[in-house]
Ligand binder design. Structure first.
Ligand SMILES: [Fe+2]
Ligand SMILES: [Fe+2]
Length: 291
């Protein structure tokens, strides 16, 4: 078994392995340039179908509450805001760069559904609880499980064993990871986030999303992302094997003053109700696209 130190070293060399997709590099360049217009960014995004679909899915999420269907990137920029869109696009591109196209062993759709759901939910929850909402809440939700992509791509045989344990035993995903690797996808994601020089609050949110009580600097942010993750995992029609068996952390609930079980249940029902419409809309959208 590899030691956690060896795993950390391996994870932190990953940055040199997959080159960021050209589109991601172009977007980073464009975004760095203050002269870039929204329409220029929109045009570039539109050249990447998978990226476009994800951005539209986010913009159309009922958690944003926009009453009309958003079917173009230009329109999505208006709804999401230029700055938010920049962050979203860079985050999606980073994680996409870890994933291989056409990998039958990896449920990319399930992964992205969960990531997007966690992002929009984290933002919504923050809002509902009266926190000042900033892009980091959404981005943290979107990126929180990126360690799963790392495990799948760079620790293939270990990941396969972890998935077998998850399917065949009562162990939770975290317990399975601990037993095979000695670390979890949360720590692994955090190491990569560090290596990628993501802001420290995101590093903390990613590495502690399953242990929010251990957060030191951004306790609210970590608690929000933790709770959004658990909510997202419980939304019907989502099977998130890599988060199997996770539950609300009491310290996170305390931190957000969500200790009343009935109130927590109310939030859950509300979000589920919202998502029900979303799932139908998404299915319809995908059907019209395929047609
Ligand atoms: Fe996770
Ligand atoms: Fe998750």
């Amino acid at each position: 078994m590899m030691s956690p130190e060896t795993i950390k070293e391996k994870v932190q060399t990953i940055i040199q392995l997959p080159a960021l997709p050209t589109i991601a590099m172009e977007i980073v360049d464009l975004v760095d340039n203050p002269k870039t217009s929204a329409s220029k960014l929109g045009k570039l995004i539109s050249t990447d179908q998978a990226l476009t679909a994800k951005v539209l899915k986010i913009a159309n999420s009922p958690f944003y509450g926009f009453p009309r269907k958003i079917s173009t990137i230009d329109f999505a920029i208006i709804v999401l805001g230029y700055d938010a869109l920049k962050e979203i696009v860079i985050s999606i591109s980073l994680v996409s760069s870890l994933q291989k196209k056409g990998d039958a062993m990896f449920d990319a759709k399930g992964f992205w559904d969960h990531a997007i759901m966690s992002g929009v939910l984290a933002r919504r929850l923050a809002r509902d609880l009266g926190y000042r909402v900033s892009g980091e809440v959404f981005v943290g939700g979107l990126l929180h499980d990126m360690g799963v992509s790392v495990l799948h791509r760079y620790f293939k045989s270990e990941h396969k064993r972890i998935m077998e344990i998850v399917r065949e035993t009562d162990l939770t995903a975290l317990e399975a990871e601990e037993s095979v690797l000695g670390v979890t996808h949360a720590e692994v994601g955090g190491w990569l986030a560090e290596r990628w020089n993501l802001p420290s609050h995101l590093v903390e949110a990613i590495s502690m999303h399953h242990t929010p009580g251990r957060a030191e600097n951004n306790k609210e942010l970590v608690a929000l992302i933790h709770c959004a993750d658990v909510f997202a995992g419980r939304m019907a029609a989502q099977t998130v094997e890599f988060d199997k068996g996770i539950d609300f952390d009491q310290e996170a609930l305390n931190r957000l003053q969500l200790t009343d079980a009935a109130a927590l249940q109310d939030y859950m029902e509300n979000y589920r109700e919202l998502v029900k419409g979303d799932l139908e809309a998404v299915t319809q959208f995908e059907q019209t696209r395929e047609a």
